[in-house]
Every structure is written in structure tokens, then in C-alpha cells.
Design a protein around this ligand. Structure first.
Ligand SMILES: Cc1ncc(COP(=O)(O)O)c(C=O)c1O
Length: 436
């Protein structure tokens, strides 16, 4: 490494350790990263859950290059450009019926905060201004802006930042090793955990609650699948009490589970969906909120003259991001990638669950093209050490996996083949026994 490493304060990184021994990526193609030393690394994480079509896809690269030379930027407030309208129409073809309006952001965090603000403003426009409470879930991850931090449920992401938003509460998480450990696919037990929302309704009164936000499958806290029936129960309780249901699909959107969205995968339709990551195949930052027509039309009908929603970003619907997203959606469609997870699920499941019995492995979970291996915490050590050392061991052997708490998460580009799935889990099988 020739450049100095002092100035860049890296996000979600142990900076002091990293800068002693940097792990650098210089180039990427298809399923692989390449390091500055020329080492090939199989991408078992789709970058950070976002490069769903694999790296440096020519169609996407070409669209970005052409767009930046044609219309580099256009102001999104009181002005428009054709690609943003085209992209929103194309996105609506992929979403569940009714979720047919799209608000653009630049990240998952911004999509989450936008959705929460839309929920508050919607109730206010309906004359329900007292509905201000937001409900998240323990172990949920909704990005790092103040709204997402507040509804998020991962302790270390919250504790340093004061009270964040007031008027937030959390459902219990659904992770239950005593009943569901080593389940292949969706866990059988735990639908009744959705009744926790009824507890919060009794506590706060439904008339004060604006929205519930959950990931259909919690990704960042370790691939926690919803128990069978859980999401439908949550939907029913929200409907009964006039509470909006938001699915945060920043990870589950664009094919990760084997369907375009988790909503379709689990057959449950929320009122809003947040997405980002796979929308542009990770190439250009972009996020979005899908909003159902009832919510959207309430703004169009009940707000005063002029601007209906005083919210947006300088880069909402950025032309280069739109071009990247359109080319990404074309690539997904041409190669059937948004449903490929169904065909590949069995190979992932078999390879992942073959690791059962290795030292310290206390659970293995899988769905579509995602899997997780959970370790017992190492006694008297900082949290997540076994997962982190496993990640380092795989990196040394040319495979990128992700440490998430006590878990290793595997979420490769959706173009992965069976041999490459084999390589990821064979590498894990070699590394895990070396971790004390
Ligand atoms: C479910 C979920 N929501 C929100 C975010 C935040 O997205 P971003 O990092 O693009 O702000 C993430 C990122 O991993 C996520 O997994």
C-alpha cells in the first residue's frame, strides 16, 4: 500500500486494526474481486449485499458512461428529466400490486427516513396528527440516519447517540434457537411473536402509532428469517389498528430471496417498501420508497396548493443513478436473476447445512441466495470474535464472507454457480475448525 491511510476515517470499521494490515480491493469482474497484489477473491457477499448481477457488467458500465456525458445532473425540485419517470414506471412493474408510486433517495438510510416521514405526514393529512409513534424491532437494521437509528434494534449502533428520536418502541425479535436451530428455510415456530405488536398497542394506544417498520428477513443482524405466518400476522394487526406497515427491503429487494421483493416472497403486502443496494447493482448510490396509491393520493388530495411533501434530496433521481438502475433492471430481466434464488436455494442450503457439527457452530440458516452460520460467543472475549476471525481466515484463502455479530453471512451475487457455492462453503469448512 503506497498511499497513506491516516486521513480516511472508515465507516463501521476497526480503523486502528485495519490500518495495521489493510485489506484492499482494486478491481472487480463478475464473481470476483482482485487485490492490488493481483490476488483473486471470490465475492461471497455481493459487495455489501448490493452487487446482485455481479461486478462490472458491461451494459451497466456503458449506460453510466453514456449518461454522464449526456446529462450529468438535473435539479429534482420543480424540474424533471425523462429517466427518473421511466425508472419509476419500470420499478412499479416489479412491486406488489398497489405499491405503484416511487420516491427517490440516495441510500437505504435515506429511504428509511423518507418512509418514516411520509408515514407521519400521511396521518397528519388525514387528521390523525397524534399518530406519531414509530415501532421498529429488536435486531432490526434500518441504516444510520437518526430515524433509522431510532427504529433500529442493534445495541452498539444506538448506544452512543443519545435518545435519537423520541416516541419510538420496539417489537421483540424473532430469533429463537431453542425451537428453530438448524432449520432449513423458514422457521416453523414464532408466528405468535407478532402479537407483541398488540402489547404495544395496549401500552401506547393504537391512535398514537404511525407505523411499524421491519425487514422481512433481518439481514445485517445475522440473517434472521421470519417464522412461518409471522409477517401476515403483523400485517393483520397493523390493518386492524390503522397502523402503516413498512417493509425495509434494502437487502431483500431485487432477488436476494428468490423473488423481486420479500413482500412477494412471503405473500404479504406492506403499505411502503424501502429499497436501495441492488437497485443500481451497487454501482451508483440510489435508494427509493415504494408507496401505495392510497398514501400517495392522500397527499395529492389533502395537502394545500403547491408542494405536497416538503422533503427530498439534491440527488433524488440523479440521472446517472437512473441510467445505472435502468440498465441493472434490464440485466436482471434478461438473465432471470430476480427469481434465480429459487433454483439455487437447494445448492446453498445443502452446502450451508453441511457445516453443522463444526466447532462452536450453534445454528445455520438459509433462504434463496443467502445463508448464515452462527457461532457461540467466545467466553471472555469481545462480541463476534469467532465470526470475525472466520472472515479473516476466508479472506486469506481468497473468499469474501461477512461477519455480522456472532454470524457469518453469505449473500453472493445472484449469478453464482454451484462450483462457486462449493468453494465458499469448502473454505468455511477449512477455516472454522482453526478458530478457537
Ligand atoms: C435493511 C436495511 N435498511 C437500511 C440500510 C441502510 O442502507 P445504506 O447503507 O444504503 O444507507 C441497510 C444497509 O445495509 C439495510 O440492510
Amino acid at each position: 500500500m503506497t498511499a497513506r491511510t491516516d486521513a480516511f476515517w472508515m465507516p463501521f470499521t476497526a480503523n486502528r486494526d485495519f490500518k495495521q494490515a489493510p485489506r484492499l480491493l482494486q478491481r472487480a469482474q463478475g464473481m470476483h474481486y482482485f487485490t492490488p497484489e493481483g490476488r483473486e477473491v471470490l465475492d461471497g457477499t455481493a459487495g455489501l449485499w448490493c452487487v446482485n448481477a455481479g461486478h462490472s457488467r458491461p451494459r451497466i458500465v456503458d449506460a453510466i458512461q453514456r449518461q454522464v456525458a449526456t446529462l450529468d445532473y438535473a435539479p429534482p425540485f420543480q424540474m424533471g428529466h425523462p429517466l427518473a419517470f421511466e425508472l419509476a414506471e419500470r420499478m412499479v412493474e416489479l412491486s406488489p400490486p398497489g405499491l405503484n408510486r416511487v420516491f427517490f433517495t440516495n441510500s437505504g438510510s435515506e429511504a428509511v427516513d423518507s418512509a418514516l416521514k411520509i408515514a407521519l405526514a400521511y396521518h397528519r393529512l388525514k387528521g390523525d396528527a397524534q399518530r406519531t409513534r414509530l415501532i421498529g424491532r429488536e435486531r432490526g437494521y434500518h441504516g444510520t440516519n437518526f430515524g433509522g437509528t431510532s427504529v433500529g434494534g442493534i445495541g452498539p449502533n444506538r448506544k452512543m447517540f443519545g435518545n435519537a428520536l423520541s416516541g419510538v418502541d420496539h417489537l421483540r425479535h424473532t430469533h429463537d434457537l431453542t425451537r428453530n436451530a438448524f432449520t432449513v428455510g423458514q422457521p416453523e415456530h414464532g408466528a405468535e411473536l407478532a402479537d407483541d405488536l398488540e402489547r404495544l398497542v395496549v401500552l401506547h394506544d393504537a391512535s398514537t402509532i404511525a407505523a411499524v417498520i421491519v425487514e422481512p428477513m433481518a439481514g445485517s443482524s445475522g440473517v434472521l428469517l421470519p417464522p412461518k405466518g409471522y409477517l401476515q400476522k403483523l400485517r393483520d394487526i397493523c390493518t386492524r389498528h390503522g397502523i402503516l406497515l413498512i417493509f425495509d427491503e434494502v437487502i431483500t429487494g431485487f432477488g436476494r430471496l428468490g423473488s423481486p421483493f420479500g413482500a412477494q416472497h412471503y405473500g404479504v403486502t406492506p403499505d411502503m417498501i424501502t429499497c436501495a443496494k441492488g437497485l443500481t447493482n451497487g454501482t451508483v448510490p440510489m435508494g427509493a420508497v415504494y408507496v401505495n396509491q392510497t398514501i400517495h393520493d392522500t397527499f395529492m388530495q389533502a395537502s394545500g396548493p403547491g408542494i405536497e411533501l416538503f422533503h427530498g434530496y439534491t440527488y433524488s433521481g440523479h440521472p446517472v443513478a437512473c441510467a445505472a438502475a435502468l440498465a441493472t433492471l434490464d440485466t436482471y430481466a434478461e438473465e432471470g436473476l430476480l427469481t434465480r434464488g429459487q433454483a439455487m436455494e437447494r445448492a446453498m442450503a445443502e452446502a450451508a447445512h453441511a457445516l453443522k457439527g463444526l466447532p462452536h457452530v450453534i445454528d445455520i440458516r438459509n433462504t434463496g441466495l443467502v445463508a448464515a452460520i452462527e457461532f457461540a460467543p467466545r467466553p471472555n472475549a469481545p462480541a463476534g470474535r469467532r465470526a470475525f476471525e472466520t472472515f479473516l481466515g476466508c479472506w486469506d484463502r481468497g473468499v469474501l464472507v461477512r461477519a455480522a455479530g456472532e454470524n457469518i453471512a453469505i449473500s453472493p451475487p445472484l449469478i453464482i454457480n454451484e462450483a462457486q457455492i462449493g468453494q465458499i462453503f469448502q473454505t468455511l469448512a477449512e477455516v472454522i475448525p482453526t478458530v478457537a
